[in-house]
Design a protein around this ligand. Sequence first.
Ligand code: HEM
Length: 407
Amino acid sequence: MTKSVADGLADLELPVGRGCPFAPPAAYERLREQAPINKVRLAGGGEAWWVSGYEEARAVLVDGRFSSDKRKDGFPLFTLDAATLQQLRSQPPLMLGMDGAEHAAARRSVIGEFTVKRLAALRPRIQDIVDRFIDDMLAAGRRPVDLVQALSLPVPSLVICELLGVPYDDHDYFQSRTTMMVRRTSLEDRRRAFSELRAYIDDLITRKESEPGDDLFGRQIARHRREGTLDHASLVSLAFLLLTAGHETTANMISLGVVGLLTHPDQLALVKADPGRTPMAVEELLRYFTIADGVTSRLATEDVEIGGVSIKAGEGVIVSMLSANWDPATFEDPGELDAERGARHHLAFGFGPHQCLGQNLARVELQIVFDTLFRRIPTLRLAAPAEELPFKSDAVIYGVHELPVTW
Ligand code: HEM
């Protein structure tokens, strides 16, 4: 198939919600067929380039001439409301919004926390956490159970507790606040949970500053001391970044992964027959749902040519990883959920310098959850038709609000 570049403005305002819960919006498919890069109108006003071809998406995300700094004029902020934007502009940028050397230094300072060795050490703790919540599900004696509340939300919350070194006695407090922050409750409740959690993290770091242990913050504090800096505020921000980047994403992927496997019994049977297949199945589920679509927006800081399209300095670019992950030129029959596809080169964790820092942690969590859940409850099934589940079709992070299951 030869790809051409679309002339003019596509007659469409983006983003649009997912219509079918198991596929990208039809409009995204049409746009990609038209051209891998199109100029589109944004729902919040303005225009941007919409990148939907796989090769073009990688080319943008790896190119240092595109900025991630959301505070810059012209940045395509179509997923943020005015209040969030104002908050963002009033605070120092987090790693996600930094560029170049500043970004590389911020990333380097924590990357050591996500090495294979550190993750191997976390594995048994993650297994314990998952087993504990499944024990509770089995002991509760009432069905159906909402898997979102019973497993998907608490598991990544407690894993982040492990990562940050939250003392065991505070786990319930931490978990109730993190869960409240992302639940379908009132804005007021979510704001309260947010400020209580911020105060808690602030206090936790103060405690660790006087007694640094052998955990992420203990090591960060020791490093700051060695280098003569002790920046309390940046440690609080780092904790929040890890929490916000790693909790809701992993939780939604746990829920959708279970939905994906239960609605594709042939694929589930493959995984059950040989857990050695789980890592590859996880990659395919990540590709298939691509839950964090549209978060990878950029601003061109120079004139750049990508895939034959001339992008001018100051123009916004939105990479649709969902479209890219369903590009048939890279993934044959993208609508087939194929646990044996070998989809590890998908873009669900982004690509290039900002590629997800916690991706290997997320992978370990997903693998342990799916293996353990289907081993311990082999008759698990949905307690409602899949099409009737309350999917988060318009949310920035795709997922499902509730997931009733029984066995
Ligand atoms: C299934 C789960 C997850 C998904 C789909 C996901 C997705 C992403 C994506 C797409 C990006 C790139 C954003 C960009 O290029 O602008 C990203 C960045 C990031 N993620 Fe994740 N993520 C997940 C889990 C996690 C976890 C568990 C953590 C840590 C506890 C984490 C921490 C981060 C951080 C710190 C960044 C910023 C990296 C940088 O700017 O250099 N993520 N994630």
